[in-house]
Design a protein around this ligand. Structure first.
Ligand SMILES: CC(=O)CC(=O)SCCNC(=O)CCNC(=O)[C@H](O)C(C)(C)COP(=O)(O)OP(=O)(O)OC[C@H]1O[C@@H](n2cnc3c(N)ncnc32)[C@H](O)[C@@H]1OP(=O)(O)O
Ligand SMILES: NC(=O)C1=CN([C@@H]2O[C@H](COP(=O)(O)OP(=O)(O)OC[C@H]3O[C@@H](n4cnc5c(N)ncnc54)[C@H](O)[C@@H]3O)[C@@H](O)[C@H]2O)C=CC1
Length: 310
């Protein structure tokens, strides 16, 4: 455990910080949900990962296994057997289900990471609120929707908040812990402790559009798409420019593909509807076209660039 703790900062997997939360249900087994399940299991939590699609769950288990393998290779460099044990134990802590109601029944914390759509999230949280035990905290990993608005359909508004992770979850060290208008201090403290226990550096943010990171990052990505759409520079040159000229690990168009163009569009459309006069939130015809063509970025094999399908 000690050896594991030493590299916790890098791999987001410290088991040394205590949290009262031991059983976490993650709903949505896509890009984010699979990462949240991974870091929770690495930190010793019992995880139930839920998705409507059994295929997604199978894919998530495969990618979690591969990513745990990457971690094990580094942590247990000279002890491959211990590395295998680490992977097997973490995987063994993750069970999968397709029924969110059944999964909520044993949860201390539910983290929702399904599609960025208010109606779909409302439908899910209503069910979860009815099914989960009294003490269970419900949280959303939403990128851009209002935590208060999501919480409007649940009775336990004091036990509701935002837990916003970053992609790729096992690598990105930040967790934004979002307090809704009615989130209690006890819930906030429990979310902060849990975030630390799964190895993240937590910051606190009010329920404001995009919280901290996305309020700054999404307009930047959108401006890059507009720059490309106008033909001011090639996609490759825009990305090279921001990597070499501003020190970003990925260029903005690469990052848009990585986040998912559908997710980018959901965020922009939602903000445009709410703030129609804000020019930074205006729809982008090129983004709409790519999404309509099913070009969603890395996950679909094509966005601004082409990728090998996983
Ligand atoms: C939309 C929202 O709501 C919010 C968001 O998430 S916005 C998006 C935020 N994310 C970003 O901005 C990501 C920016 N990009 C990066 O930081 C980097 O490009 C990256 C970390 C994704 C990849 O880095 P890279 O150096 O090009 O790739 P790679 O060498 O494969 O990985 C870097 C390290 O992470 C590890 N790694 C990568 N993915 C991993 C995973 N899923 N699990 C475990 N380890 C992983 C690799 O093993 C590697 O480790 P070493 O350096 O020790 O070898
Ligand atoms: N993609 C990113 O970089 C980030 C996304 N987010 C947020 O996380 C959430 C999920 O995003 P991604 O993982 O990228 O999406 P994704 O599309 O990869 O995964 C979403 C998953 O949810 C499943 N799903 C949909 N409705 C469901 C339901 N009712 N019950 C159970 N499963 C259901 C889908 O089958 C899909 O597998 C969104 O709210 C998004 O805004 C937050 C941080 C970063």
């Amino acid at each position: 455990m000690m050896q594991f703790g030493v590299i916790a900062r890098k791999f987001s997997s410290s088991a040394s910080v205590q949290s009262a939360i031991k059983n976490v249900t993650v709903i949505g087994g896509g890009l984010m949900g699979s990462g949240i399940a991974q870091v929770s299991a690495q930190a010793g939590q019992n995880v139930t990962l839920v998705d409507v699609s059994p295929d997604v769950l199978a894919k998530a288990q495969k990618s979690i296994g591969a990513n745990l393998g990457r971690v094990a290779k580094k942590v247990y460099k000279d002890k491959p057997q211990e590395g295998e044990k680490f992977v097997a134990e973490a995987l063994g802590r993750i069970k999968t289900l397709t029924d969110p109601v059944a999964a909520a029944k044993s949860a201390d914390l539910v983290v929702e990471a399904i599609v960025e759509n208010m109606d779909v999230k409302h439908k899910l949280f209503k069910q979860l609120d009815e099914a989960a035990p009294e003490h269970t905290i419900l949280a959303s990993n939403t990128s851009s929707l209002s935590i208060n608005e999501i919480a409007s359909v649940v009775k336990r508004k004091d036990r509701f908040g935002g837990l916003h992770f970053f992609n790729p979850v096992p690598v990105m060290r930040l967790l934004e812990v979002v307090k809704g208008a009615e989130t209690s201090e006890a819930t906030y403290n429990a979310m902060m402790a849990w975030g630390k226990a799964v190895g993240k550096t937590c910051i606190t943010c009010k329920d404001t559009p995009g919280f901290v990171v996305n309020r700054l990052l999404v307009p930047y990505i959108c401006e890059a798409i507009r720059l490309y759409e106008r033909g001011d520079a090639s996609a490759r040159d825009i990305d090279i420019a921001m990597k070499l000229g501003a020190g970003y690990p990925m260029g903005p168009l690469e990052l848009a593909d990585y986040v998912g163009l559908d997710t980018n569009k959901f965020i922009l459309d939602g903000w445009h509807k709410k703030y129609p006069d804000q020019p930074l939130f205006k729809p982008i015809p090129l983004l709409n076209k790519l999404v309509a063509e099913g070009k969603l970025g890395v996950k679909s094999g094509e966005g601004f660039y082409k990728y090998e399908k996983k």
